[in-house]
Design a binder for this molecule. Structure first.
Ligand SMILES: O=C(CO)[C@H](O)[C@H](O)COP(=O)(O)O
Length: 226
């Protein structure tokens, strides 16, 4: 699994060109992309990165990748990020690392969104992985009850014995559904609840998924299965 993450992440640099502004995802798969990008930058590649989390910003800066903020750009050419689960239509569950809101803002703004995963993340239908939902700390118990009514068990994310706080100073509710029949409808229903900032369902956003399989990668493009 570790090797598959590495080869999937590293493969993504093939889609980078000089002059690009790049959305930098969060997690242990995209980590390998960022490492490789850092190597290319040290050899003279001229790109800028816009990070999806404070952790990623720190990593990218340590590798010498120039960092920009939204105020400084009017375009993101490509965003590269990991995922917790991806289905055959390239819909995804994200937020295992708690960065789903910034990740989605960057994925939606980017001209192209590429997901990098190892093959254990691929499934026919979403629902194997719990669904992270970012919520306001105020009234989170009420929001959790309202989400549970959609048929899941809800757990407030903890790190050790402390509540996990997102980069936006919010909480994450991890929602365990037995299966997700209509991911788009579920996303819309949860997102309608006051107190919900966003869900980890990334519907119709990815243009391409790079899957690490053994020693190789498989590239799946949007609409290839239609
Ligand atoms: O959505 C994410 C962070 O919020 C990650 O991309 C996702 O959890 C996958 O992480 P990893 O590549 O470490 O398995």
């Amino acid at each position: 699994m570790h090797l598959e993450k590495k080869i999937a992440g590293e493969k993504a640099v093939e889609f980078i060109e000089d002059g690009m502004t790049i959305g930098l995802g969060t997690g242990s798969t995209v980590y390998w992309f960022i490492q490789k990008l850092g190597e290319l930058v040290s050899k003279g590649l001229n790109v800028k990165g816009i990070p999806t989390s404070k952790n990623t910003e720190q990593l990218a800066r340590s590798l010498g990748i120039p960092i920009v903020s939204f105020q400084e750009i009017d375009n993101i050419h490509v965003a590269i990020d990991g995922a917790d689960e991806v289905d055959e239509k390239l819909n995804a569950i994200k937020g295992g690392g708690g960065a789903l809101v910034r990740e989605k803002i960057i994925a939606e703004f980017a001209n192209q969104f590429i997901i990098v995963v190892d093959q254990s993340k691929c499934s026919k239908q979403l629902g194997n992985h719990f669904l992270p939902v970012e919520v306001t700390p105020f009234g989170w118990q009420g929001t959790a009850n309202n989400i549970a009514a959609f048929g899941c068990e809800v757990k407030l994310r903890q790190v050790g014995n402390k509540t996990f706080i997102s980069d936006n100073n919010n909480y994450i509710l991890d929602c365990y559904f037995k299966k997700i029949n209509d991911a788009s409808l579920l996303h819309q229903r949860i997102k309608m609840l006051t107190g919900v900032v966003d869900t980890g369902l990334f519907i119709d956003l990815a243009d391409m998924v790079i899957v690490g399989k053994g020693n190789e990668t498989e590239i799946i493009k949007k609409f290839a299965n239609d």
